[in-house]
Design a protein around this ligand. Sequence first.
Ligand code: B12
Length: 233
Amino acid sequence: MTDESAEKLRNLTNTRLLSQLRADVYHGATPAALAALEMFLACGWDPDTLLEEGLLQTLRALDGDVRTGILFAPEALRAIATIEAALALLRPWVGRRTAAPFGTAVIGAVRGDRHGIGKDIVAMALSRAGFAVVDLGTDTPCEAFLEALSAHHPDVLALATQLTAGIPAMKSLIERMDALGIRDEHLVLVGGTALNEEFARAIGADAYCRNVASCVETARSLLAARRAAEGTG
Ligand code: B12
């Protein structure tokens, strides 16, 4: 970025810049949105603000506009592609580990579910909270989870699904862990809009996490309690 463009940026209010970013994301203008994000980061903006106020607010607006018929699927898909590209750009900034090492987590969206945005954000937050995170991505088969458990011995297994149809996949993975005698070796956290506390209990998870903050808090507090009980904390 030239000194001149940095100066221009400084002269605009943050509110105006953010609303321009949201408009670029909403309209699926990927190059413009990425260029803006790069400039904001270079100017020292907080990556969390860019994530929440730039990307996630726009995603919520898109969802609302698709539901009310203001926006059609092709436009929404273009905007979602912009959000995915922007998230990839922000990932190293938002996911940078800031807390002391606390444990290991394996995370993934279960088989059949290709929604990755919420899962990615949870992975970044866990990483920042001191977890070494192994991210298995989306549409993850049961066997891939089991292999990762045996390879990484994580403290936490975090399972995501946005689809009601993903719940049985979570249940059968937990049942397989039970059958293999490894269920209690890991704290199993589940999350995603398709779930709630009741489903989490019914499928045998340790906890349901409504959002990023509750996931980090739950992972750290349940793990600390478990370690204290085992005398390993
Ligand atoms: C973006 C989106 C897509 C994108 C996904 C792009 C991507 N790379 O992720 C695309 C267009 C691909 C898509 C496809 C589909 N989608 Co869609 N999609 C959405 C949408 C609009 C937003 C989801 C999202 O990213 N939210 C943003 C994140 C940050 O929020 P979040 O996911 O809620 O995450 C928070 C918490 O849930 C929690 N959390 C999330 N994950 C995890 C994981 C763990 C371990 C923990 C602890 C916590 C946690 O923390 C997060 C941050 O606070 C939702 C509507 C909605 N309002 O949720 C529908 C929605 C999830 N989709 C839906 C559907 C039906 C589909 C399709 C089947 C549509 C179709 N007919 O093809 C396909 C499924 C494809 C597949 N096989 O997975 C339905 C699901 C309904 C259901 N209950 O089953 C929804 C709810 C829309 C609706 N109202 O009908 N979708």
